[in-house]
Design a protein around this ligand. Structure first.
Ligand SMILES: NC(=O)c1ccc[n+]([C@@H]2O[C@H](COP(=O)([O-])OP(=O)(O)OC[C@H]3O[C@@H](n4cnc5c(N)ncnc54)[C@H](OP(=O)(O)O)[C@@H]3O)[C@@H](O)[C@H]2O)c1
Length: 344
């Protein structure tokens, strides 16, 4: 086996803490990937996941972030690919493996760093679907952090047409809730109502007073808010929470590009309304894994949960895909196709 030519994307500078995530902070680089050593495998990537949370490591933000990603190197990103050559008995050529080594076409890594994926050849995109990280995050947010859903409750979801948000809307509907979704375009709102049967939607870019728009969409108030955005969305949601309402804080994407965002000016309502606000991280609840796999697996098999992707083709388009998370260019899960499936 000879050395392999590959292309990868390097982070060349940190994004402005108070600005967008421009494609210009990335650079396409051609490299030669070495042969795998003992205990290592050569992998050809097929899909790379774009996740807003990674922006923290790409931003010279003061405060909460401890480690920044290295410059002139690929940042971490979830990916799935196929083993081309293995020098470890745990892996064979053709095995699908998940890793955090996105942003590159080929790579060599220790086998211990690679997690086997057991799906059928040609279906690796489904590893990012309902049973993947986004579906799991939505489930944990609603069922654990949000305290579950009683049929008839009203659930508000922000960034509703995104990856996690689209699963949160569908799970809440399946649990019998009336669902109100907030998204950034009329097209996304129409898609939410048509494809996901969301009961009411709000385009936050044209709504004007977001608090009033939520009041009109949910005059009875909100029982559970699935928070993906923060900022004005959180303020407007707090205004509309019912007494003893719950807020599951999944993400604060509006905050990722704004250093030092002030807390909500109406925070006093948390006290008056006896609200419960619970942040959560997807992987922190392994005791719910079996329950998630059983319940979500049933919904998927019965065709009750749909997965949607915005796919960018080619490593050269990975910066554009990533930047699109912050401009609202994408619907559903944002993925970059780095190579064919099967890859070898
Ligand atoms: N807690 C966890 O374990 C966990 C795990 C995964 C993800 N998350 C969080 O979940 C959230 C969604 O992640 P995702 O992967 O599903 O991404 P996504 O929703 O697929 O993509 C991000 C979406 O957010 C919206 N957005 C971007 N900037 C915004 C702003 N300033 N104000 C309002 N909306 C904005 C955009 O849609 P519009 O067109 O609607 O603006 C965009 O499409 C993120 O906050 C992420 O960090 C948390």
């Amino acid at each position: 086996m000879s050395r392999t030519n590959s292309r990868q994307i390097h982070l060349m500078q940190y994004a402005d803490p108070n600005g967008p995530t421009p494609e210009s902070i990335f650079k396409l680089v051609e490299v030669t990937v070495p042969e795998p050593g003992p205990g290592e495998a050569l992998v050809r990537n097929i899909w790379m996941s774009c996740d807003p949370g990674a922006r923290g490591g790409m931003t010279n933000q003061k405060g909460e972030r401890i480690s920044l990603y290295a410059l002139d190197a690929p940042p971490p990103a979830g990916s799935i690919g196929q083993v081309v050559q293995s020098n470890d008995p745990s892996l064979s050529a053709g095995d699908y493996v998940r890793s955090s080594r996105g942003w590159r076409e080929y790579f060599v890594a220790p086998a211990s760093e690679l997690r086997k994926w057991s799906g059928e050849p040609g279906t690796s995109i489904s590893s990012f679907g309902a049973m993947g990280g986004a579906g799991h995050t939505a489930y944990i947010g609603l069922i654990e952090a949000g305290g579950g859903i009683t049929p008839g409750e009203t659930v508000l979801v922000s960034a509703a047409a995104g990856s996690v948000g689209s699963y949160a809307c569908q799970i809440a509907k399946l649990k019998g809730a009336r669902v109100v979704g907030i998204a950034g375009s009329d097209e996304k709102c129409a898609w939410l109502e048509k494809e996901l049967e969301v009961d009411a939607t709000i385009n936050y870019r044209t709504a004007g007073n977001l608090s009033e728009a939520i009041r009109q969409a949910a005059p009875e108030g909100i029982d559970l808010y699935f928070e993906n955005v923060g900022g004005e969305h959180l303020i407007a949601a707090i205004d509309n929470m019912k007494m003893h309402g719950r807020i599951a804080v999944c993400g604060l994407i509006d905050r990722y590009s704004k250093d030092g965002m002030p807390p909500p000016h109406n925070f006093v309502q948390v006290l008056y309304k006896r609200l419960r606000i619970q942040g959560f991280i997807q992987g922190d609840h392994p005791h719910l894994d079996a329950q998630f796999e059983a319940e979500m697996g049933d919904w998927v098999r019965q065709g009750e949960i749909k997965s949607f992707e915005t796919v960018y083709d080619g490593i050269e388009n990975a910066p554009k895909a990533y930047a699109g998370l912050f401009t609202g260019a994408n619907i559903g899960k944002t993925l970059v196709r780095l190579g064919p499936d099967p890859a070898i």
